[in-house]
Write a protein that binds this ligand. Sequence first.
Ligand SMILES: Nc1ncnc2c1ncn2[C@@H]1O[C@H](COP(=O)(O)OP(=O)(O)OP(=O)(O)O)[C@@H](O)[C@H]1O
Length: 454
Amino acid sequence: MFPLDNDYKDEIFETVFEDAYHCFVVVDRHGFVTYMNNSYCHFLNREKDSVIGQHVTDVIENSRMHIVAETGKEEIADLQFIRGNHMVANRIPVRSKGVVVGAVGTVLFRDTKEWMSMNSHIKDLLLELEHYRNQQKGQYGATYSLHDIVGSSEKMNRLKEKVKKLATGDVSILLRGESGTGKELFAHSIHHLSERNTKPFIKVNCAAIPEHLLESELFGYQEGAFTGAKKGGKPGKFQLADGGTLFLDEIGDMPLSAQVKILRVLQEGEIEAVGSVRLENIDVRIIAATNQPLEKLIEQQKFREDLFYRINVVQLQIPALRDRPEDILVLAKYILHKITRRTGKRVMDIDDDVMNCFYSYQWPGNARELENVIESAVHLTSSEMIKLEDLPDRMRVADNRSNQTGSLQDILCETEKKAIRHALEKVNGDKSKAARDLKIGKSSLYEKIKKYGL
Ligand SMILES: Nc1ncnc2c1ncn2[C@@H]1O[C@H](COP(=O)(O)OP(=O)(O)OP(=O)(O)O)[C@@H](O)[C@H]1O
């Protein structure tokens, strides 16, 4: 056998991989795309340059390549939903000197007749499954993924990157942030990106369960455990989440008695249903969330320090909306679109004055408050554009107040700051364009950006 020359090898490579019948993708150990063949790029309608170096979850819907690259466990003939079709995906870990360094994925997509009919058969079955799943939604489902978290500010991008890295492990995560910042969305996304994503995601609102019911809600009960107990008993949230993720929302509001019990489960990995004498092994990943100052609660002996250390293995701080004004415009437009699609009301845009008001408002209720404000404005407005008069009084008062206080110099600075922020928002942060729109020099704009900390 004579050695192959490089041209010949390249041609083989081109034929086998680039324009092959299959879609090929290769990711590195952290799930970032290092190679994608032409067929796959074409199918995803993406340019090759725009996918290389991206995290695979940002490129391919419902991808599990990053999980395979992390776990080293191959997945063969897995059904994956991409661009409206059910595809058969193979995901194989790549090893170098025995260590997993990435993964190769192939997807069979060019429909043969049999595949078409199988595909429609599967679609039919999955529709039926979806119907049953929907009946259980809220109880079992993590409905949101990272794609649903709108915002491309530096702060949010950094957070999303962190989430991608942390999701595949099994560490407990504590999500902190003010009310309405999207903690629950992040909890869903972590579950989605984790190896547990085919298992349940169960949410417990620790503040909403009465203290005397907490134990049976969390750990379940046996038949006859107390008067009124259901025949056959009832599983608790821990049992329901077995193999999956348990999201302990508002953990700072959990009564001390329940904290002791949770801590025991987390330490022992075993639970005891009310009225049972048998211990059950439970495997759950804990994601907790709170907007309470847990350290202060520990000082006041309202929160157990040992539980804090258990749940606080990794902490993610979700920034308040006022601290990432760059996200307000895109979030507002996303919310407007979501609401108009749901209500069918034709409201196409948001007036510039309204946006200025949004930028200067403090948003104590964060994204949730923004949703409420836009929802009520959509209902109130009589035009196709949300105007200042469609906003709640508290916002317009806050806006006027911020214009009226202080010296003339303060007012001028505040107005200038708002105008620059708005101009930058409009052009997606492109400083040259913003300077042109504002009719000032680029260096003057840079100075002002620095001065106002924009
Ligand atoms: N970045 C975002 N992109 C899209 N929607 C968002 C975003 N952040 C929050 N939301 C929306 O705002 C609302 C509140 O979000 P979520 O319930 O996740 O907040 P939270 O921090 O868990 O609030 P709380 O502490 O009050 O429970 C939801 O309807 C959510 O869809």
